[in-house]
Design a protein around this ligand. Structure first.
Ligand SMILES: *[C@@H]1O[C@H](CO)[C@@H](O)[C@H](O)[C@H]1NC(C)=O
Ligand SMILES: *[C@@H]1O[C@H](CO)[C@@H](O)[C@H](O)[C@H]1NC(C)=O
Ligand SMILES: *[C@@H]1O[C@H](CO)[C@@H](O)[C@H](O)[C@H]1NC(C)=O
Length: 526
């Protein structure tokens, strides 16, 4: 039916050529139909597939001010007030080839940036999609300074407001309205997905939440703690990126084949507890380029250990081994991590001159006590979401250099304990897929192409695409047993070198042969 419709549309467009068709006319007259409280429409534009959209108002810190579009669609850009002195910038993209599915995208870091690439990706797959700016513009947390409404937008209100307005607009735009509602986001977007599951259990039927920044105040403390471990670049505890590469190679040497295959990928970091003293320099040897000093070995060991707070409680689990190379240039730079610094300067202490090099676990406790608008996002009773029929697929790269994948395993345990449910029952509505060889939300050394955005796309089949896997789970009741990832030969879009099926937690991937490790059937979830 749909194919027939598409092919007849294609045929008729040959005849009508430049004459506006129904879809285009509907789009061009849509502005006059929008009359919603708190919504101010900035523009409504008909955009054709292949357009390189220019985004002149995009904050320069957010990235390139252009986005190429892969579907004919109606673009609606608006401002929506969230209080007397705050607003979100919201975009709703309505594709011509519409599948009856609504979707919200998320954000990243402390931003501030509409993720146009996710709007393009999902509208290209037939979703009516919305994306908001999280209540402020740009990647910095400075707009939080003495502006609690901006923090509230960031904590939960931007996404929820975008969903409420976006659903109303979708019903207004398409006669058929929408059948199902979805969410896709990673990092802060992953936290936003969990925030919806925890606080607005009816917002979505299906949620894909990656590398979640939940337990946010613990995460920001953990990222702040790295500076107190490494010190500045001139201290004896500091490692250069080249020395981190040494540590990484040694960690791989000790842990790579624990899963049965020496392929440069650690399938289960839980099994990996490296002894870094193994590469402390021998004082009798003249070469020091392939070894670490004692203080440096301690730095690696401390970073691969959990962070505990003032009274001994766990603040955040350890960094998972395997992420050293990428983490070294962003987390272990010998400077306080920027998002942590900004959080204490602009939110916790409202003091832009606060010195982040002095951060201690006392500051962690202050941040946790403050927890504005429950931004921490750590409720572990998901009964309401389950009872509403929701389905949650979460994934976390096992080479994540920004948010340790161990936090996703810890949250899984907390939900199981709180709800008193074993994995077989959690599987009904909540499945966690650790993704070996995936860095933060994408990229990495292994099979990270799981279809959660343009940067991980390797096909639209639900077996190759985690977003479509959730759609199938919601609409057909077929739950994903595994998530297949593609390893690309030379970056996304290039030839797929091999694929691997990633297991759902708490199973782990074990190489059993007889094929080569690039053969996905040579692996087994145990
Ligand atoms: C879109 O336009 C911008 C600005 O002109 C340009 O830099 C960018 O490469 C273009 N993107 C594509 C995919 O053509
Ligand atoms: C964000 O940028 C848009 C576009 O320039 C602007 O209309 C809006 O007012 C800005 N939002 C905030 C909160 O500054
Ligand atoms: C320990 O510290 C955490 C966070 O700072 C706090 O939530 C908790 O109540 C404290 N526990 C005790 C026993 O003081």
């Amino acid at each position: 039916m749909l194919l027939h419709l598409i092919s007849s549309l294609l045929t008729s467009s040959l005849v009508v050529l430049a004459r506006p068709d129904d879809f285009q006319s509907r789009c061009e007259s849509f502005a006059s139909k929008i009359d919603l409280p708190d919504v101010r429409v900035n523009l409504v534009d008909y955009v054709t597939s292949g357009t390189n959209l220019s985004l002149p108002n995009y904050d320069p810190s957010c990235g390139a001010p252009s986005q190429s579009v892969s579907a004919d669609m109606c673009r609606v850009a608006m401002a929506v007030s969230t209080s007397d002195n705050s607003e979100i910038t919201l975009e709703a993209w309505f594709p011509r080839d519409y599948t009856g599915r609504f979707l919200s995208t998320g954000n990243g870091g402390l931003g501030g940036c509409i993720q146009y690439y996710d709007l393009a990706y999902t509208t290209g797959m037939g979703f009516a999609s919305v994306g908001a700016n999280n209540g402020h513009n740009g990647t910095s947390g400075k707009p939080f300074y003495k502006h609690p409404d901006a923090v509230e937008d960031y904590a939960y209100r931007s996404i929820h407001t975008g969903v409420v307005v976006g659903k109303q607009l979708t019903k207004l735009f398409y006669d058929q309205g929408f059948d199902k509602s979805y969410y896709m986001g990673c990092s802060t977007g992953g936290r936003q997905g969990f925030k919806s599951v925890q606080k607005f259990p009816n917002d979505f039927d299906g949620v894909v939440a990656g590398a979640p920044a939940f337990g946010l105040l613990g995460l920001l403390s953990w990222s702040a703690s790295f500076y107190s471990i490494t010190g500045p670049p001139d201290s004896e505890t500091y490692l250069t990126p080249a020395q981190w590469k040494l540590a990484h190679d040694e960690i791989l040497r000790q842990c790579d084949d624990l899963d049965g295959a020496k392929d440069g990928i650690i399938e289960d970091p839980d099994l990996c507890h490296p002894t870094m003293e193994a590469i402390i320099c021998d004082p009798d040897s003249s070469s020091s380029s392939s070894c670490l000093t004692g203080p440096q070995a301690k730095t690696v060991r401390d970073i691969l250990s959990p962070l505990h707070g003032v009274n001994g409680t766990l603040i955040y689990p350890r960094m998972q081994p395997g992420s050293e190379t990428r983490a070294s240039t962003i987390m272990y730079t010998g400077e306080p991590f920027i998002y942590s610094r900004e959080w204490w300067q602009y939110v916790v202490y409202s003091d832009p001159s606060w010195d982040a090099t002095q951060w201690s676990v006392q500051d962690a406790a202050a941040a946790l006590r403050q927890n504005p608008f429950d931004v921490h996002t750590w409720h572990t009773d998901l009964s309401d979401f389950r009872d509403a029929g929701g389905r949650l697929l979460t994934y976390h790269g096992l080479q994540d250099q920004l948010i340790s994948s161990e936090i996703s395993k810890l949250y899984y345990a907390r939900v199981a304990e709180t709800m008193a449910l074993p994995p077989a029952k959690l599987d009904d509505f909540y499945r966690l897929f650790p993704i070996s060889g995936m860095a933060h939300c994408g990229d990495g050394d292994g099979a990270f192409g799981i279809g959660v955005g343009a940067g991980t796309h390797a096909g639209n089949d639900p077996d190759d695409n985690a977003l479509m896997a959730v759609v199938r789970w919601v609409e057909e009741g077929v739950a994903p047993e595994t998530v297949r990832g593609a390893r690309f030969e030379d970056g996304v879009g290039s030839r797929v070198e091999y694929t691997r099926r990633h297991c759902r937690y708490p199973r782990r991937n074990v190489y059993k042969g007889p094929g080569h490790f690039t053969d996905e059937d040579a692996w087994e979830c145990v």
